[in-house]
Design a protein around this ligand. Structure first.
Ligand code: ATR
Length: 301
């Protein structure tokens, strides 16, 4: 690694006098689009800030984050594999960060570290911006890891008709249903768990879904969690298939397209969760100025 790379990945706020310094922390992190997204927001809203990349050692998040804040860093976005470490690092958690079980946004205020999770709000805003109705929809989430858990609360808040969580290891889907049962009941949403294999069984899964969200890690390896039979069962031509992975048409998206469904990758969610983090840091008053949808268009072009 040359010295400029090393500076980029171990950002030191004292190198940017007069600017408020933020960064995204992950490992690996060199591929991250977050610096480009936040610099665009900062330009639109004329904020005097710098946003860089931080790559802590796999077991060194707390040490790196502490060093960043001690020398004047203002806030961090946190990505794989540090979202649980970030939750443990925060002194104060928002209620949605507690429910999500993970933190993707940290900031310092009066000497205390605050942690929030903007992933689910980002997904909801991206879906609504794409014209997808969540209220009264039949929703299927595939996966029961951290990515799924982070978005269930904000989806339930939109009062879908039902939310089914299907996972290869069905016990993990059962656990998520238990965790969110109170919120689902308060919103009068039917919340159910399934084994992934149940999706192929038309006696168990008797209807197609308006919205199917792939929150598994399968897309990263160019695999789909769905068999052909499950695809036939869960998609109808009016369905919308959303993969949280971004930057490619995944096997999951291809299967949905073949069934006549509309599809989206997760780039819009990335931009929208970044927008929420930016507004937490810089002030909600900038919401009308930062234009996440035009930042998204620029990233896609
Ligand atoms: P994350 O925090 O990104 O959600 P995770 O906690 O490792 O990551 O969870 C990954 C999710 O993808 C899990 O739901 C996992 O299913 P299991 O709980 O059964 O392990 C799911 N997953 C990963 N690869 C998969 C595959 N090839 N097919 C189906 N599900 C898969």
């Amino acid at each position: 690694m040359n010295s400029s790379q090393s500076n980029d990945l171990h950002i030191d706020p004292s190198l940017f006098p007069g600017l408020d310094v933020y960064a995204v922390a992950g490992n690996p992190i060199s591929h991250s689009k977050s610096p480009a997204i936040h610099q665009s927001f900062a330009e639109h809203s004329k904020q005097a800030m710098h946003y860089g990349r931080l790559q802590p050692e796999i077991d060194g998040f707390a040490k790196a984050a502490k060093a960043f804040f001690v020398v004047g860093g203002k806030g961090l976005n946190v990505t794989v594999p540090f979202k649980l470490d970030a939750q443990a690092f925060a002194d104060v958690l928002t209620s949605r960060a507690k429910l999500a079980g993970a933190v993707n946004t940290l900031w310092i205020k009066e000497g205390k570290i605050f942690g929030d999770n903007t992933d689910g709000a980002g997904l909801v805003r991206d879906l609504l911006a794409q014209g997808i109705a969540i209220n009264s929809a039949r929703i299927l989430i595939i996966g029961a890891g951290g990515a799924a858990r982070g978005v269930i609360g904000p989806l339930l808040e939109q009062t879908p008709k039902c939310l089914v969580i299907a996972n290869r290891t069905s016990a993990k889907a059962d656990e998520l249903v238990k965790l969110f049962a109170g919120l689902a009941a308060s919103k009068e949403v039917a919340l159910e768990s399934r084994a992934l294999s149940d999706l192929a069984d038309s006696e168990i899964t008797q209807y197609s879904f308006d919205l199917v969200i792939n929150a598994t890690a399968a897309g990263l390896n160019d695999e789909s969690p769905l068999t052909a039979q499950a695809v036939a069962n869960i998609f109808a031509p009016g369905s919308f298939a959303y993969d949280m992975v971004y930057g490619k048409t995944t096997s999951f998206m291809q299967q949905a397209l073949q069934r006549g469904a509309r599809v989206s990758d997760g780039l819009g969610m990335l931009v929208e969760q970044a927008a929420d983090a930016f507004l937490l840091w810089r002030g909600a008053g900038l919401a009308k100025i930062i234009k996440p949808r035009s930042v998204l268009e620029k990233l896609r072009s």
